[in-house]
Design a protein. Structure first.
Length: 148
């Protein structure tokens, strides 16, 4: 599969993840707030580099763009079909990448000093985080397979 198709597949997965996050954030009381975690990370980086902290709206937009770009690249790697010890472009590979991203989104923020309230507020919040990252990976793989 070409780089362009991998990136398109990754962007579809990232788009699905972000739509689910945004809808969930507005509709489900125990939904994860990965946006808050990302906003804290951006604010911290800006603070440590001497830049003024932007408004909440600007931070939210930057977090959304950062999430879309980073998740596009992550999911595009998950659909890469070469040099893979797991069945290339497989659902198993998609599940492993999605679960790894979800577990990372649950475990890492608190260890990085970004708080627990974004993805560890409750067991439901943590499970939704993992499920939503899994959905992005599965969407990327479905897109990839449809372009093959």
């Amino acid at each position: 599969m070409s780089l362009a198709k991998n990136l398109i597949s990754g962007a579809i997965g990232a788009g699905v993840l972000n739509v689910v996050h945004e809808a969930g954030r507005k509709l489900i009381p125990e939904a994860p707030h990965v946006d808050i975690v990302a906003m804290r990370a951006i604010a911290r980086i800006l603070e440590h580099t001497g830049f003024a902290k932007p408004s909440v709206g600007t931070l939210r937009k930057a977090a959304l763009v950062g999430d879309l770009v980073s998740n596009t690249f992550y999911y595009s790697v998950s659909v890469t079909r070469r040099n893979s010890s797991i069945n290339k472009g497989s659902w198993k590979k998609a599940a492993l990448y999605g679960l790894a991203a979800g577990v990372g989104a649950v475990v890492l923020p608190s260890r990085m000093g970004l708080g627990e309230d974004g993805t560890q507020r409750s067991p439901v919040t943590s499970m939704l985080t993992i499920a939503w990252y899994l959905s992005g990976s599965l969407a990327a793989t479905a897109a990839s397979r449809s372009m093959s």
